[in-house]
Design a protein around this ligand. Structure first.
Ligand code: SP5
Ligand code: ZN
Length: 346
C-alpha cells in the first residue's frame, strides 16, 4: 500500500492544551507521525511518496472562505496582538447569543471559529494543515488512478473540523477533502467510515445535508466523552441527507468483541449504499493504552479491524486521525493497514 507523507507536519507543534483544568503538553505532537512512518518502513508496507500541491481551491469546496482566510492569517494577527506564543481561544458563543457579526478582534475570531481550548494555532499551523490536505487528496487520486488502497499519514488530524470551525486538534477536514476529491473526479457515491475513538463531528457537519456522501461513525458515547454535543444515535442527517449519517456510540470500556458487533451494522449500511469508494478516518485512540481514551483494543485487534474494513471490498483511502499512545501508535496503525492488505489479498 502506498503511504502519502510530508515532513511539513512538523510545522504544527503546539506547546500546551487545556485538559482537566491544567495546561498540559499537547497530546497531538510530531512524534506521532514519526513513529508511524518508522513502522510503515520497518514493516515494509510499501512506497512512501510526497503529496502533490492542490492549492486552496479544493479546500473551499469543503470549508467556508471566511474560515479559510482566518486560518491563513490567524497566526500573524495573534503575534501582532500578543507576541510569539500559541494562540488559544478564551471565549465562545453559547446558543442564542448573537452570531450576526464576525468579530474584528483576533481573540474574538479564535472563539468564533473554534469549539475547544485544546487546539493551539502556532506559527506553522497553516503550513502543516495545507500539507495534510494535499496528502489526503493525493491518496484519493492514487486510488482513483487504480491503487486498491492508499494511506495518508497526516497530522494534524481532521475529523473534528467542520465547514467553518476547528477543534479537537483539527483544522482542515482531511477525510472530507479526500471524499470530495473523489466526488469531483466522477464517483457518484462515497462512504466515510470513521473508526477514531471520538465522534467525527466535523465530518458529520460537512455532509449532514448530503446524500452523495454517507457518514458512518463508531465512537465513544457523547454522553460520556468528547466532543459531548454530537454523535448520538438519533443524529441521522437532515433534508436530502436524512438517513445518510449513521452514528454507533459505544460505552467506555468497549473492547473488540462489542466493537465488532457494531462494525457489522456499519458494514451493512455501507454495503447497502453501494459506494464507489471508501474513506476511512483512521484513529488508533481506541487502544487500551491511550492516555485520553477509554476503549480497550489490544494491538492485535487492529489487525482484525483492518481485515473487517477489507471485507467491504472497496477502493479505500485511509486518512490518519487520532491515537496518542505514541510508543504503540506505529504498530497499531500499521496493523490496520497490514490486516487490510492481507485480508484483501485473500
Ligand atoms: C483527532 C482526535 O482524536 N481528537 C481528540 C481531541 C480530544 N480532546 C479532548 C481530550 C479530553 C481528554 N480528557 C480526559 C483526559 C483524561 N484525564
Ligand atoms: Zn480521536
Amino acid at each position: 500500500m502506498i503511504t502519502v507523507y510530508s515532513d511539513a507536519h512538523h510545522a504544527q507543534e503546539g506547546r500546551a492544551e487545556l485538559n482537566d483544568g491544567q495546561l498540559v503538553p499537547c497530546y497531538e505532537k510530531p512524534a506521532r507521525a514519526r513513529i508511524v512512518l518508522d513502522r510503515v518502513r520497518s514493516a515494509g508496507l510499501g512506497p512512501v511518496i510526497a503529496p502533490d500541491p492542490y492549492g486552496v481551491e479544493p479546500i473551499l469546496e469543503v470549508h467556508d472562505k471566511g474560515y479559510v482566510d482566518f486560518l491563513a492569517a490567524a497566526w500573524d494577527e495573534w503575534v501582532a496582538e500578543h507576541g510569539d506564543r500559541d494562540a488559544l481561544p478564551l471565549n465562545w458563543l453559547a446558543p442564542n447569543m448573537h452570531r450576526r457579526h464576525v468579530p474584528a478582534s483576533i481573540d474574538g475570531r479564535l472563539g468564533y471559529y473554534s469549539f475547544d481550548a485544546g487546539t493551539p494555532i502556532t506559527a506553522g499551523t497553516w503550513t502543516a494543515v495545507r500539507a495534510a490536505a494535499d496528502c489526503a487528496m493525493t491518496a484519493a487520486d492514487r486510488v482513483l488512478d487504480g491503487e486498491p488502497a492508499a494511506y495518508a499519514l497526516v497530522r494534524p488530524p481532521g475529523h473534528h473540523a467542520g465547514r467553518a470551525f476547528y477543534g479537537g486538534y483539527c483544522f482542515l477536514n482531511n477525510a472530507a477533502l479526500a471524499a470530495q476529491r473523489m466526488r469531483d473526479r466522477g464517483c457518484a457515491r462515497i462512504a466515510v467510515l470513521d473508526v477514531d475513538y471520538h465522534h467525527g463531528n466535523g465530518t458529520q457537519e460537512i455532509f449532514w445535508r448530503r446524500s452523495d456522501v454517507l457518514f458512518v461513525c463508531l465512537h465513544a458515547d457523547p454522553r460520556q466523552e468528547f466532543p459531548y454535543f454530537s454523535g448520538h444515535a438519533d443524529e441521522e442527517g437532515e433534508g436530502i441527507g436524512q438517513g445518510f449519517t449513521l452514528n454507533l456510540p459505544l460505552p467506555w470500556g468497549t473492547g473488540w468483541e462489542e466493537y465488532a458487533a457494531a462494525f457489522r451494522v456499519a458494514a451493512a449500511r455501507i454495503a447497502a449504499f453501494a459506494p464507489d469508494a471508501l474513506v476511512v478516518s483512521l484513529g488508533a485512540d481506541t487502544f487500551i493504552g491511550d492516555p485520553i481514551s477509554r476503549f480497550r483494543f489490544q494491538s492485535d485487534d487492529f489487525l482484525r479491524l483492518g481485515a473487517a474494513v477489507a471485507g467491504l471490498s472497496l477502493p479505500t483511502v485511509f486518512v490518519q486521525e487520532g491515537g496518542y499512545a505514541v510508543e504503540a501508535l506505529g504498530v497499531n496503525v500499521v496493523n490496520v493497514l497490514a490486516g487490510f492488505e492481507s485480508a484483501a489479498r485473500g
